[in-house]
Design a protein around this ligand. Sequence first.
Ligand SMILES: [Fe+2]
Length: 400
Amino acid sequence: MKTITINDLKPGMFVVGVTRQDGHVRVKSQGWVRTQGAIEALQKAGVLEVEIDPDKALQAKQQTPPEHNEAAQQDNVTVHDPWHKTTSVDAELDLATALYEEAKGIQEKAFADVKAGKAIAVEEFKQTASGFIDSIFRNQDALACIARIREKDSYLLEHSLNVSILMSIFAKHLGLERNIIEQLATGALLHDIGKIKISNEILNKPGKLSDDEYHLMMDHAKYSYEIVAQSGLGQIATEIAGFHHERLDGSGYPFGKKADELSQYVRMAAIVDVYDALTAERVYKVGLTPIRAFRILKEGTPDHYDADLLAHFINCIGVYPVGTLVKLKSERIGIVASSNPKEPLKPVVKVFYHAKNMLYTEVKDIDLADKRVTDELEAAIKPEDFSIDLIRFFRHTMMP
Ligand SMILES: [Fe+2]
């Protein structure tokens, strides 16, 4: 155990108790502080000193010393480098996983609250968004990886989390200000909250919806607009919730707005929402590869989607985004663990399977950009073609 001042408390640390305060905080239970927002809340409540358990810190594996991190963050303010990383993907995965799981719980609760006619807990959403963005600024590959490898059956929850993560990565790539990214991420978390008012029969219908069903379904964006407007989360979040299905030529729903009424933020949300829906595995449909999803989005320009923003998005996500299952020329199969923006075809691949032998192998990082490595990337593949249970592998091998 170690006692530290509140100023030294960092996200990822495990707090055992409060040792000094000038308020009357009673900490409910021991646990990890996951976001800067949670630390600020403790600070505001008068907490001066806490006891932590260093052995349980989620970022115990962080490789860069804090001085370096600060310098890096300063760099970020002056020179915008969307690919800058202050920690390795392996070091970030633990915290990112914890954040993702916690966010899922908050989403679930919000859906239940709205169903029960209660207001949504706005602060929790702001903190979730802020935690995501912190993680993305340390190393975006961790959350991107988690967002890509998903369960098939909790689409509604995970789709909203993933759109929020992808929106934040996209916004960071465009060099938008932190406070704007936070509003975008929060809006994205809630963009489909209106679906709570649509019947499960329609939401989960595997086949095509009838005209009547489709009309009912379209209303979800109207409900999302109302719910987020009432929550007081502000204009940007409200627009994302209400207008993410609007299209530049006015053919979208539910309001039929046209280009001049659709902000850059809404245009970003439209792209990200469709991209995630197309690439998602569902119980009844196989997800498309990123390349195919990009192609479909491109066909929708300039009538539906903003062509410039789409080009930026494709550049930001890349043809082989982290989390993609790939086969190497050597027949080894693995997932892209870290992107390489300078040479997009040479990412770091975590291999774990041999395609010809059909056997799991030792897990190993192969950096295709390393001059000593002779292997090459062959193609993105589908897990089902090799009977690989990717989610099981990922959750059991790579996550805590
Ligand atoms: Fe939607």
